[in-house]
Design a protein around this ligand. Structure first.
Ligand code: CMP
Length: 141
């Protein structure tokens, strides 16, 4: 049995706008991930800039910040065996045109930017990203 991990997922504004939060959560739960923390919030520009600071120099950064603050998002902590890699596998490639069949991005994403979901890219990033949005008492395994 792979080690139980936690990862951060964000259901992005294109997903909340189209009422896809339940459909997306179903994909995670069916694959054995448990949603141990979840809240619907509107990111401030400052929060989005800090969260995506690693992409500061990328050409898509400003547009990404505008998109991520354009509507509500659902931030969530997913827990389960191999949660970081499993979540990324369920999401599929960043670019929906390159995402495998049956993945969230292939089935739901609108564009490479409005790609419905975010998932932490490593265990270390996951710990930082979870702490960015959640206090210990908000995570209930
Ligand atoms: P995410 O996994 O949240 O990480 C960075 C985000 O930037 C990505 O998903 C997309 O929403 C957005 N983005 C927009 N254009 C690109 C691009 N060319 N390459 C990677 N990410 C992009």
């Amino acid at each position: 049995m792979p080690p139980v991990e936690r990862t951060l997922s964000i259901l992005k504004p294109d997903a909340t706008r189209r009422n896809l939060t339940g459909a997306i959560n179903d994909r995670f739960e069916r694959r054995g991930l448990r949603i141990v923390g979840q809240k619907r919030i509107k990111l401030t520009t400052e929060q989005a800039e800090r969260f995506y600071a690693v992409h500061r120099e990328r050409p898509f950064y400003r547009s990404l910040i505008e998109f991520m603050t354009s509507g509500p998002v659902v931030v969530q902590v997913l827990e389960g065996p191999d949660a970081v890699a499993l979540t990324r596998a369920i999401m599929g490639a960043t670019d929906p045109a390159k995402a495998a069949a049956g993945t969230i991005r292939r089935d739901f994403a609108e564009t490479i930017e409005a790609n419905s979901v975010h998932g932490s890219d490593s265990l270390e990033t996951a710990a930082q990203e979870i702490a960015f949005f959640f206090s210990t008492s908000e995570i209930v395994p």
